[in-house]
Design a binder for this molecule. Structure first.
Ligand SMILES: *[C@@H]1O[C@H](CO)[C@@H](O)[C@H](O)[C@H]1NC(C)=O
Length: 439
């Protein structure tokens, strides 16, 4: 019903636009002819139609190039003919020039209309044309509409998601046998935290059977899936893009996904702590208010004297190992762009994820316009915050975060177990033996 109406609106808008462009191009041609006629008359009748010095018949005869010898002197008339011939050449050239300009104007008009057409279509898709309210009351859109679910793209996955998801949301974690021990620790905390909507994308048989044996919902990809083929036959770059390719199907099916790495401990149910107002809501690699939420970083160049200080904006990257993504067009475009870039260049997926999310449009590049929210860095905590700050602060130490991501430390498994001991098993000194960073 909604889709049909939208289609109708788009059709009628493009119809009226083509009528408009037909009309405007006719007007443009009429104007061009008018200007041309004006030039011709201004040249041949500089003093107006009724001036005796240039009888209209003479001018007409000159144009048709059948010159009658009615002037008083031969010499004088042939001189005048030459001048007129030169003028005709000049006028013809001017005519061609004018026609070219009209063509160019028409092209510009067409392009401009194309631009407004797209904007108009997008606007029509969103609803009524808004009226700005009084000062301080306007609020732009950050919660984009979700896509219409398309089960036909993967009926098997659609069925699994229908069973696992709660309110069309779920945690999704990709795992292969190399990370099985970490997955086991994670699964134990997921159960303790009472999270029911948790799904493992099993990348091999061992993980699939582990999940089956432990009552964990699992989804094993079709071995003859085109995406997997890319993953197998492609090099490392192609494989690193696989996560984003897989995730796309979940969004297309209409689900909001909390994507999770395996090196994450769940202390509470994260779905009780989301805002759900943005396309992407992500944990940060930042460690305080400034680095997590953005700050003005002043770059100093003393040689510039008066203008030595250049202000820059900085923010620590979003962690592409833990983010909540809503099923919207900007979200899917984000995943596609990241996957596409990772398949073509050797790059770190987290860096690409952030560049696509944050870089603005500029010459030769059209930026993504996805809305973003940075998660609270004490609630969705990275391991630098835990080991450098929280465990040493008597007050912060008492608070229970929602998750802890051991992203900053290579000795993931022992630190994960220590976190479980500290927060679930009441072992007050469980975190003490670890250095702040890796050694
Ligand atoms: C960080 O920001 C929070 C609110 O966003 C504020 O309550 C807190 O005082 C800030 N901390 C510091 C150290 O500025």
């Amino acid at each position: 019903m909604m889709g049909g109406r939208r289609d109708g609106l788009m059709r009628s808008s493009s119809n009226s636009n083509s009528i408009l462009s037909l009309r405007t191009s006719r007007i443009a041609i009429a104007i061009a002819i008018g200007i041309l006629m004006g030039c011709i008359f201004a040249f041949f009748y500089p003093y107006g139609f009724l001036h005796p010095y240039y009888p209209p018949s003479t001018a007409a005869a000159t144009i048709s190039n059948s010159i009658s010898q009615e002037s008083s002197s031969e010499c004088e008339s042939s001189e005048r003919i030459n001048i007129l011939k030169a003028d005709i050449v000049r006028m013809t050239e001017k005519n061609a020039e004018l026609r070219k300009q009209v063509r160019e104007l028409n092209e510009k008009l067409r392009l401009a209309e194309q631009g407004t057409d797209t904007a108009q279509k997008q606007f029509l898709a969103l609803g009524e044309q808004p009226k700005a309210g009084p000062f301080g009351t306007v609020k732009s859109l950050r919660t984009n509409p979700t896509v219409v679910p398309d089960e036909s793209i993967n009926p098997r996955l659609a069925k699994i998601l229908g069973e696992v998801a709660v309110r069309k949301e779920l945690v999704v974690v990709l795992a292969n046998v190399n990370v099985k021990e970490m997955l086991e620790v994670q699964v134990s905390t997921v159960k303790k935290a009472g999270i029911l909507n948790y799904l493992v994308v099993a990348l091999d048989d061992e993980i699939e059977s582990y999940c089956k044996a432990n009552g964990v919902a699992a989804y094993k990809r079709d071995p003859d899936d085109g995406v997997d083929e890319i993953g197998r036959s492609g090099g490392n770059h192609a494989v690193s893009g696989l996560k984003f390719r897989i995730l796309r199907e979940f969004l297309q099916l209409g689900y909001s996904i909390l994507l999770s790495d395996v090196d994450i401990i769940y202390l509470k149910n994260p779905f009780d702590h989301l805002y759900r107002d943005s396309d992407v809501e992500s944990m940060t690699d930042g460690h305080n208010n400034a680095t997590a939420y953005g700050y003005n970083d002043v770059f100093d160049e003393p040689a510039m004297g008066w203008a030595r200080y250049a202000h820059t904006m900085r923010i620590w990257v979003y962690n592409s190992g833990f983010f909540y993504i809503r099923p919207t067009i900007p979200s899917i475009e984000l995943l596609d762009r990241v996957a596409d870039r990772l398949s073509k260049e050797k790059a770190w997926d987290q860096a690409v994820f952030n560049e696509v999310l944050f870089y603005p449009s500029h010459p030769g590049y059209e930026g993504l316009h996805a809305s973003r929210r940075t998660m609270d860095f004490y609630t969705f905590m990275n391991s630098k915050v835990l080991f450098k700050t929280v465990r040493k602060d008597p007050n912060l130490k008492k608070l229970k975060p929602v998750i802890i991501h051991i992203n900053y430390h290579p000795d993931k498994l022992p630190r994960m177990r220590a976190v479980v001991d500290y927060y679930f098993n009441g072992k007050q000194d469980a975190l003490d033996s670890f250095p702040d960073g890796s050694q």
